[in-house]
Write a protein that binds this ligand. Sequence first.
Ligand SMILES: Cc1cc2nc3c(=O)[nH]c(=O)nc-3n(C[C@H](O)[C@H](O)[C@H](O)COP(=O)(O)OP(=O)(O)OC[C@H]3O[C@@H](n4cnc5c(N)ncnc54)[C@H](O)[C@@H]3O)c2cc1C
Length: 419
Amino acid sequence: MTTKSTTSRVVIVGAGFGGLSAAKALANTSADVMVIDRNNYHGFWPLLYQVATAGLEPDAIAHPTRAIFSQYANVNFRMATVTNIDFDQKLVLTDNAPVPYDYLILAAGSTTHFFGNDKLAAITYTLKDLSDAELLRQRVLCCFEQASHTPDPQQRRELMTFVLVGGGPTGVELAGALSELFRHVLRNDYPELDVNDARVILIEGLDSLLPVFPQNLGRDAQQRLEHMGVEVRLNVLVTDANERCVTLQDESTIAARTIVWTAGVRGAPLADALDVDKTKGSRVTVTSRLHLPERPAVFVIGDMANLGGYKGDTAHPMLAPVAIQQGEQAAANILAHMQGQPMSSFYYRDLGMMATIGRRAAVLTIAGVQMTGFLAWLGWLIIHLLQLVGFRNKLMVLTNWLYNYLTYDRAARIIVSRE
Ligand SMILES: Cc1cc2nc3c(=O)[nH]c(=O)nc-3n(C[C@H](O)[C@H](O)[C@H](O)COP(=O)(O)OP(=O)(O)OC[C@H]3O[C@@H](n4cnc5c(N)ncnc54)[C@H](O)[C@@H]3O)c2cc1C
């Protein structure tokens, strides 16, 4: 094994948006960088719902991590799951050998939050990584296959009812994409089924969809989804579920065989193992310079970090631009510290938010400018295409989008393993 030039060893845990931006900012510097991730790819999560709804193949939104880092002489990669950190010995503990560090950047992201409801956790589908998206796609296709030879109309309707819990961007995007999959693609694939029986029900506990967006954009998204046949239920909480139905707070039930939970996010499980100050949602508290209060060599960034100061004193949102900018700042602070210079505080350049609703429809807010409909959708397409890592991925996604747009067809609807 060849080792690359050594000065201070910087270990980055996680090759997601935050970890990748930190590694790139440290590339071609005097630091000796080691990136550790449990997967061997960088995942572009904003397009995950398109994998779940047969719009894209998984490898269109994932890029091999080693291919990214092989461009940089001072950055190495190791595939391992980090289990804990020995802060005193300065060791990253993994499911393999421990890795020593001089500086550490923790960027392990987040996971689905079920607020302690283990039953919901066991029964519902989630959308946080590639395996979730593949499972959900397979589930949708298997339900239609099963429905196609189920004689009982009630059971058929249950199989074709999909309840999505959580009206944030993931729930909204998934609802729109599922509705289009049913109406434009599965309608032709399953002539024996009345696809009008297929239901997508989107449930949100607050009084508007996209609660973190301006309210008029939430209303616009709701109208467009309803126009597409999605049933939107606001001000309702899901309290229970089993294999056949969902129970709501008012004790009414919805018969459905598939429930997707997008209603909560918490810091990555790694945060639970760490003996540090964190929120109830397992986000690790950091100083304005992004390091642990008592440990200036240990930085926490992205979804895993709890840093106030966003629009008042709320925590910075779990968004890709926050993670990317924090990765750059953590890297800059490490380089400054290595040179005996003072570190700088993190200030977020707010790049706005966007969510797509379906074909030619999205909502977007950037620098105080709000857009809806076709222009917002075009903006969404261009921004996502530019942000994807790797020319091959960009080409694959663009080709798929053009094909879907022109033919209404979706290529990726193969059931690989039967339920
Ligand atoms: C479905 C979905 C849609 C989204 N859409 C948008 C959007 O449209 N716009 C937007 O701005 N944001 C969006 N986000 C949020 C955005 O993806 C996150 O805010 C961003 O990924 C956070 O970056 P991060 O580096 O903190 O974590 P991540 O990018 O999630 O990276 C974490 C990395 O850590 C690795 N890891 C985790 N635990 C371990 C461990 N114990 N050991 C080793 N490796 C580990 C993971 O494999 C992963 O590679 C979306 C998220 C999801 C799930």
